[in-house]
Design a protein around this ligand. Structure first.
Ligand SMILES: Cc1cc2nc3c(=O)[nH]c(=O)nc-3n(C[C@H](O)[C@H](O)[C@H](O)COP(=O)(O)O)c2cc1C
Length: 316
């Protein structure tokens, strides 16, 4: 069923493996995926609501999102969402926050076309401004969409159907806005992982990273003793590789000299100076301490300290 072509990897040919396994690979490896709660309307006016995690945004000018209702793996039948969109090519795509999870799960169960998942899942409706399908008041983020294309991705059991949507109106709850932006902590979205796993995008799962500016020197430009360090991780080297310039020998000496005279301010300064003091008595441990100080500096977003400390080490 699987062949191991390279040591440490399992290589899988999707054409030679059961649909379920291929589906599970996608769910596990392309994850967490945002969830679109999609509202549509049938030709005769029945409201429909269903979640889709094969979903993302694809452009801003103009704004496009897409999701994919698949044909049933068992009998090849089409989902109500797809059938509705083929007749009325409009929908509203909603974001799913943590406190809507169980109502959204309820809306994903297979109700008959004439049964409204709004009612079944106890979700409140709001009229849309541009399109016919209704909005879910309980979600804090809505996109009214016109469906431009439905692209069949196989046309058989388990195949997806990519629904390409142009967003014609956004609605954002004031409660999730802060300083003119959507605050992810307030939005508290969930994502879909493989099997029964979900991710909650708030609390300790959220973190900020500064975007690299300019062009980094690259890891290949770091001296070998830094690249080959057993203490620094790939992330640590990545942060150092983002630096645009490398301090020269004089700059390194001055930086460390200033550190010695200015006294200890931060824990990693202390660790570095402690290493420096013991470099003659216990050189191996001292170098280790100094590299760890650089690593801690990197995690504290102080790559300048880290690079000076690591370059200073080379001459010890
Ligand atoms: C979190 C979540 C994500 C889902 N993602 C998809 C998806 O991307 N594609 C799909 O075909 N079905 C997906 N489903 C299953 C559909 O929501 C389900 O088949 C639903 O009954 C379809 O409703 P409809 O027949 O009213 O369109 C998902 C279900 C859940 C709970």
């Amino acid at each position: 069923m699987v062949s191991s072509e390279e040591k440490g990897f399992i290589s899988i040919d999707p054409d030679q493996n059961p649909l379920k396994e291929v589906h599970n690979l996608l769910l596990g490896g392309v994850s967490p995926r945002p969830i679109a709660l999609v509202s549509t309307i049938s030709e005769d006016g029945n409201d429909n609501l269903a979640p889709f995690s094969f979903f993302n945004a694809f452009g801003a000018n103009p704004p496009y999102v897409a999701f994919s209702p698949a044909y049933s793996g068992k009998d090849g039948s089409a989902k109500d969402t797809l059938l509705n969109l083929e007749k009325v090519p409009e929908c509203v795509v909603h974001a799913v926050p943590f406190d809507l999870l169980d109502q959204v799960l309820l809306s994903s169960t297979a109700y008959k076309p004439e049964q409204s998942e709004f009612i079944k899942a106890g979700l409140e409706t709001l009229d849309s401004e541009v399109v016919k399908p209704k909005r879910v008041k309980n979600s804090p983020f809505h996109m009214e969409c016109q469906v431009e294309q439905i692209i069949p991705l196989g046309g058989t059991n388990g195949s997806g159907n990519l629904v390409l949507c142009r967003v014609v109106r956004f609605h954002v709850a004031e409660a999730v806005m802060q300083e003119g932006r959507i605050n992810p902590e307030l939005l508290d979205l969930i994502g879909r992982n493989g099997f029964n796993y979900y991710t909650r995008a708030s609390g300790t799962a959220l973190f900020e990273v500064d975007k690299p500016t300019g062009q980094g020197l690259g890891i290949d430009q770091l001296p070998a003793h830094i690249r080959d360090s057993e203490i620094l991780s790939g992330n640590d080297l990545g942060k150092l590789g983002q630096l645009e310039t490398m301090p020269d020998e004089q700059g390194v000496k001055e930086f460390i000299g200033n550190l010695k005279t200015s006294g200890v301010e931060l824990k990693y300064h202390n660790l570095f100076l402690h290493g420096l003091d013991s470099v003659n008595s216990n050189p191996i441990q001292a170098r280790k301490d100094m590299e760890i100080a650089a690593k801690v500096a990197l995690s504290a977003n102080d790559p300048e300290f880290a690079i000076h400390a690591l370059l200073f080490l080379a001459d010890l």
